[in-house]
Design a protein around this ligand. Sequence first.
Ligand code: PLP
Length: 395
Amino acid sequence: MKQVIYLDNAATTRTRPEVVEAMVPYFSEHYGNPSSVYEFSTPSKQVIAKTREIIGKSLGARPNEIYFTAGGTESDNWAIKAVAEAYETKGRHIITSKIEHHAVLHTCEYLEKKRGFEVTYLDVDENGTVKIEELKKAIRPDTILISIMFANNEIGTIEPVKEIGQIAKEHGILFHTDAVQAYGHVPINVDEYHIDMLSASGHKLNGPKGIGFLYIRTGLKLRSFVHGGAQERKRRGGTENVPGIAGLGKAVEMAMDTMEKRSHKERELRDYLIERVMAEVSFVRLNGHKSNRLSNNANFAFQFVEGESLLIMLDMNGICGSSGSACTSGSLDPSHVLLAIGLPHEIAHGSLRLTLNEENTREEMDYVVEKIKEIVDRLRAMSPLYEDFMKKSQA
Ligand code: PLP
């Protein structure tokens, strides 16, 4: 396989060898069904209990408030749909933001279109931060849920979660946060932040794919999300993904132990990358909050450049990044996040997200900057818009 410089850690991360090692025995040796009564199943039961404990401790929560799911998308769906169902007699209004992940946005749209709920999608400022005053104004007597992400997956901006949680609490409204990008990367305490529900996913913190969890505060009257057996305290039936849970436990343990050192290293490298790109490339802007952002996130918008072409050419040079265009949906609409922070379509189209990990090096960043400069120059040389712009500015 050709050598790659992997800068798409917001999409997914490498499963750590220690995590893989922790999973293997639960495929081969301890494969007993955790619901079975015989002793052979004890290791399966034990690893589930241990992971619940590790995650509970990481959030300042109790182990029995952690419910395993298949990942972030399922956790978001569960949290929002379950609150809507359980509290609809109290009210049918939900508040979220315009920059949420589609797992939240499409769930809210479903509730609006098919279930008669009303949803307020809050604007954000030019950095992607939810406006607290707007949140306060949006609250109504029938508001049952506020769902705001902890940190944005595209531009990395960290939201004022503590303030949002406090406001929700004061108004007796439940607060869910999609912490898929933040959990394992920044410290989170559910009591301190007044979080009632929190979604997280294993593959964003060097754990396995297809496993995640939903934290549900004790006392919330939510019915089963998946009907079936008695697993997950009867709220999510189905035989547990025991190897995945074992891997998640190991990944969380390692993420918590290394968080400070890791984010320091990522931030240093990320800032070096940002400084060089901003200084050495013309007509570029950094998207997202300057300082209040995830330590590994850099998101640029290059004027007069088509983001998809930039990505393809970076790929030809062994560099994995991502753009804000919804190319996977078959359209080339710019990202809803970049539009929400006020970027015009043509600039949003020239976006590039690079998300680092602690294994990246300064030499890699140097190579990436050189390639960006080279490719941006080449693409601009082919752009009639750029030619026009340059002619006018020289006239
Ligand atoms: N929420 C956010 C903020 C994400 O970034 C993602 C994945 O990119 C998800 C939810 C979905 O998580 P999963 O891939 O585990 O379903």
